[in-house]
Design a binder for this molecule. Sequence first.
Ligand SMILES: [Zn+2]
Length: 572
Amino acid sequence: MVRGPVALVTTTAAILLVLWSLPRLSQPTAAWTAWPGEPQFSARGAWAHAETLATRFPRRWSGSPDRQAAADWIATTLESWGLDVHRSRFEVALGERHPTTLENIWAISPGTDRADEIIVALGNYDMAPTSVQAASDTAGHVGTILELARVLHGSPHRRTILFLFPDGEEWGMLGARHFAQTFPDRHHIVAAVSIEDLDASAIAALGIDGIGQFRGFAPMWLRTLAADAARREDLPTAEVTPPFEWLQRSVLVSFTDQGPFLTAGIPAIDLGGRTADRATQNRIYHLPEDTMDKMRPQSMEIYGRTQERILRAIDAAPEVPIEDTAYLRIAPGCAVTRATLLAVQIAVFAPLVLSILDRQRRTPLGLSARDESIRLGAVLAVMGGGFAVLKILPRLGLMADFALYPPPPRHPLLTEVNWTAVTLVLLAVCAFGWTARRVTRRLAPGAVAMEPDAAVTVLLGWLLGVAALALIDNPFGAVTFLIFPALLWVWITPARSSGRRAANAVLIAAGFVALIALVVSYGQRLRVGLYIGWYLFMSVAYGQISLLRVLMTLVLVAVAVRLASHTVVRTA
Ligand SMILES: [Zn+2]
């Protein structure tokens, strides 16, 4: 009897030790140096473009007349420098009665000897509808990219450089997504550099964001190159810590335009200008106070020169590499590689496998496998029914419809709960619950005689199934969201004593610690606080959370509910 628990404790301890010492398993990565010459970027030029955009088109959110006028102005400006300008319009749902027309603008500066390889420099020109001017959250970077286009087009370069100004960034990077999915020469893009969000006030660091939209991450070479470019301008790099990068890789919801390019398998990165005055930036973010008077030409100068060094370095590279993006950066120039990570990520579930084998040996499953799975399926069907109703509500006009993400931070709809929609989903869950109860009574009448030990084994088997799917979908997320259930639920044992039942309840609840902590911190990041529940409701409705991830979460919750019914709730 002792063999089981001892083996569990040792493997769990071993896994935690390996996770803790993961940094020791890192390896050096390839060195990249930025272009060492003297940048031609002019802060005066960039400032003039930014000021024109901010003051002449101060309300250029997606679907507005200012947005259209801004597009005309950007296109005319690029044409006046001799670039080959293109525009593309497409329609999306943005919460209005009728679809909203979005418009991407791009300008091509052909390369000399490697013209078939395209480098994309991009940054959105739309803005949050809660802002006016949107100086730091978009005019600053649009001015910078326009100036880069003027300067780079004015001197020969080997590869073709494409300057892209996507629309609809605030609603889920819709313009960049459309471009990355439909641009005819997209397979010729060798790298995409998102130049987005030059904060107000003095620049303190180059912010690096490598999050892909549901898939992918910035390759290490682009991060190394960006850091070297920043260093040449005496600018530190703001990289996330390895544990935080692990969390970013677990969630994979991008908030800048590199996201959709990474999804398409294109090496991409976002390079923001982080301010020294975070209080001011926080205060003006997405609000009418985000105006040009808070911007600094000196910050634009450093920001633009850094970007020019990066773009010129990519252009000068003999080959632009396609690197594996499943790694974990530990420090400058070193990372843990995919194979090592995957071995550790799979090993996290070893105690769960051990526990299932051990329990099965002690209590044969018999008919429990079938009966318990039917009951689990019933709980799942009930929640699945609620999910299905939620998905069709926007189509039925009972909930505002958005193409992909809920509205951007500080949008009023984020704190205006649509109680009709919420009530309809709850009613659906109740109705499905009532039906499911009747059906399972008929299908699995042996429930009374079901052996609780065997039922727990079956449920842990289902948890293992979810873990396997999650490892295939996103190994980082599999560990983040399932490590607590996988390591804690193996200690659940059915017993009649109230102490044991209380312990089981704690173990089951603790399985959701990571999920809840992440949701709460996400709410803070999006500035919605406890309205994060409503935000997630919308995320699921609009597809910001994939069907597979919703399904895996529902199975996890269903397993918890069934575990509780066997090991927490008092049975007669
Ligand atoms: Zn924004």
